[in-house]
Design a protein around this ligand. Structure first.
Ligand code: TYD
Length: 207
């Protein structure tokens, strides 16, 4: 049986990594084979692209080049790791996937319009969409509080208005694809979030 592709989305500092790692542990405990990946990254090329994208010395990287670098990293990850895993029945937990590009590059940077960005995502992934996406929605003030004092990478050094637009992007996606994207308030404690995720997966008959 084909594995499931589950992605985790939200602003920097929303808790995606903690939640996706915790879910991996809970799934493994019931015998599900899991592959955890993060974006950008997860392949040799992807990690190289990640270093490029997050380097603070690259402030002048053109927004269009940035868009295609994220898509290139994703195309490689899907081809090299995600599709083969799904075919073997392995569940893939993705710490960010294609909604990030719509939220950050289309809404945040205004590089392309959102519909076009969705088409580019489809092209890059060969039509692969997540089965379910958990959007950890974090109010901007809380996101800022969580990363106060941290230097931040190139993406994180954008201005406040940028992150407002990113959050609007996630809201837009969730309204558009309410079946796939489940909004979770990121302020809830980690165990409560994990239980909420588990319940969604059970209700859908995934586990
Ligand atoms: P990362 O350190 O993984 O951030 P986080 O811990 O918040 O997930 O850095 C990824 C950064 O890249 C993050 O600021 C979001 C951004 N990003 C995009 O702008 N577009 C994309 O398509 C992806 C996958 C990430």
């Amino acid at each position: 049986m084909r594995g499931r592709l589950i992605s985790f989305e939200g602003l920097d500092g929303a808790g995606k990594t903690t939640l996706s790692r915790a879910l991996a542990g809970r799934l493994e405990a019931i015998g599900v084979r899991v592959l955890w990946v993060r974006e950008p990254g997860g392949t040799e090329l992807g990690e190289e692209i990640r270093r490029w994208l997050l380097a603070t010395s690259l402030r002048e990287l053109s927004p269009m080049a940035e868009l295609f670098l994220f898509l290139a990293a994703r195309a490689e990850l899907v081809h090299e790791r995600i599709r083969p895993a799904l075919q073997e029945g392995i569940w893939v937990l993705a710490d960010r996937f294609w909604d990030s590009t719509v939220a950050y590059q289309a809404f945040g940077r205004h590089v392309v319009d959102a519909e076009r960005c969705l088409e580019l995502n489809l092209l890059a992934t060969g039509g692969l969409r997540p089965d379910v996406t958990f959007w950890l929605d974090l109010p901007l003030e809380e996101a800022l509080r969580r990363k106060a004092g941290l230097p931040g990478d190139r993406m994180e050094q954008a201005d406040l208005a940028f992150f407002e637009r990113v959050r609007d992007g996630y809201r837009w996606l969730q309204e558009r694809e309410g079946e796939r994207i489940v909004r979770l308030p990121a302020s809830r404690p980690p165990e409560a979030l994990l239980d909420a995720v588990w319940e969604v997966l059970r209700n859908r008959g995934y586990c």
